[in-house]
Design a protein around this ligand. Structure first.
Ligand code: NAD
Ligand code: WQD
Length: 343
């Protein structure tokens, strides 16, 4: 690429946005990060700079702020948008649905309006396997029916996809909606990783924090499910593999070679791993014990899901490079590094 293309990364100070910003920069793009830091802080922006050896463009602001977005689009010739900014805690969304509908839907709507004003079409959206609920068949592919969402958070992902599909059908957007399964791990340099605010609700940050002594003990939510070891089964994908898929999706949209105005693509490894298997793998690769007890099932948990990744392989020509061992080793290296730098 001779002249770098500016690409807008909303939620660029968050976990997946920051990892993707690094991969975009390495691929020759000039990422313009925006984030209101409501669920993050500048720590990951520093991490990005440490990995790349330079600061990326960053503007603090809210995706629901029309004027803010207008200014960003006026300042940079943005070629495409990757939209990560959202609230993502399932339990919190059940407690505070309005907060989730307001933030997640209005961010998407305001962004879509701002893009239409300047005529920018390529749009990569952060969707989730949560749109499928408990699938009837696994591995689950993109044609599986979207059942009634279990949570307001899940509903915001279903509704956002619908909004984007309808907009794409007018010709104003070209959209790839990436349905992530369970992103885990950290940058191999240990300079970037997940930084949960407060008590983590996701499994891997809970494991690393329990091992680091920040939490007393991990609770495994149920070992009486109809699975081989009784614990739930998920598809855990390394965050750097996930980040790289975004770069390819964006390149595809920029190349004008996609036929579909809107398409959804699963991002996972295609492998199901149980919660207890993940804990055992963590112990094996790091050599440290995980303090855990078995607790009751967590309401709303899907028993078993993993991705059919055929479409990602075919359309994105992408596949995972990192293993579960790598992801857990990297997550632990990041946690250790954090424990050294943050008291
Ligand atoms: P994250 O919380 O680390 O990052 C999201 C970022 O968006 C945060 O930095 C937050 O401050 C910012 N943000 C939120 N609302 C904003 C707004 N209105 N304006 C500007 N910035 C705002 O989360 P993540 O794990 O990096 O997730 C990124 C995206 O991927 C989200 O859309 C999430 O729903 C989706 N997703 C995440 C997972 C996961 O397990 N991490 C799985 C599937 C989908
Ligand atoms: C994984 C497994 C838990 C914590 C969530 C969202 C989904 C998507 C990814 C955004 C489950 C078990 C967990 C703990 C445990 N996010 N667990 N003890 O629930 O698969 O998916 O994140 O879109 O929408 O729902 O991820 O990491 O919370 O849980 O036993 O302390 O680990 O029961 O089986 P989940 P998770």
């Amino acid at each position: 690429m001779s002249k770098p293309s500016y690409v807008l990364v909303t939620g660029g100070a968050g976990y997946i946005g920051a990892h993707t910003a690094v991969e975009l920069a390495l691929a020759g793009f000039e990422p313009v990060l925006i984030d209101n830091l409501s669920r993050s802080n500048e720590r990951l922006l520093k991490g990005i700079a440490d990995v790349l050896g330079r600061n990326l463009i960053f503007h603090r602001g809210d995706c629901r702020d029309e004027k803010f977005l207008e200014d960003v689009f006026a300042k940079y010739p943005i070629a495409g948008v990757l939209h990560f900014a959202a609230f993502k805690a399932v339990g919190e969304s059940v407690q505070q649905p309005e907060l989730y509908y307001n933030n997640n839907l209005n961010s998407t709507l305001t962004l879509v309006r701002a893009m239409a004003r300047v005529g920018v079409k390529p749009f990569v959206f952060s969707s989730s396997c949560t749109v499928y609920g408990e699938p009837d068949h696994i591995p689950v592919d993109e044609s599986a029916p979207l059942k009634r969402a279990e949570s307001p958070y899940g509903a915001t992902k279903q509704m956002s996809e619908r909004i984007l599909e309808d907009e794409a059908n007018t010709g104003r957007l070209r959209v790839i909606s990436l349905r992530y399964f369970n992103p885990i791990g950290a940058h191999p340099s240990a300079k970037l990783g997940e930084l949960p605010i407060g008590e983590p609700s996701n499994l891997v940050p809970y494991v690393t924090q329990a091992v680091a002594g920040k939490r007393k003990s991990l609770t495994v939510f149920g070992n009486d499910y109809p699975t081989p070891d009784g614990s739930c089964i998920r598809d855990f994908i390394h965050v750097v593999d996930l980040a790289k898929a975004h770069v390819v999706a964006l390149q595809l949209l920029l190349s004008h070679s996609v036929a579909e105005a809107f398409q959804a693509i699963n991002l996972g490894t295609g492998q199901g791993v149980s919660v207890l298997e993940l804990i055992n793998t963590f112990v094996r690769v790091t050599g440290v014990a995980v303090p855990f007890t078995i607790g009751p099932r967590r309401p709303g948990d899907v028993v078993k899901t993993y991705a059919d990744v055929k479409r990602a392989r075919e359309r994105l020509k992408w596949q995972c490079e990192y293993s579960l061992d790598d992801a857990l080793r990297h997550a632990w290296a990041w946690e250790q590094q954090l424990s050294h730098s943050i008291p």
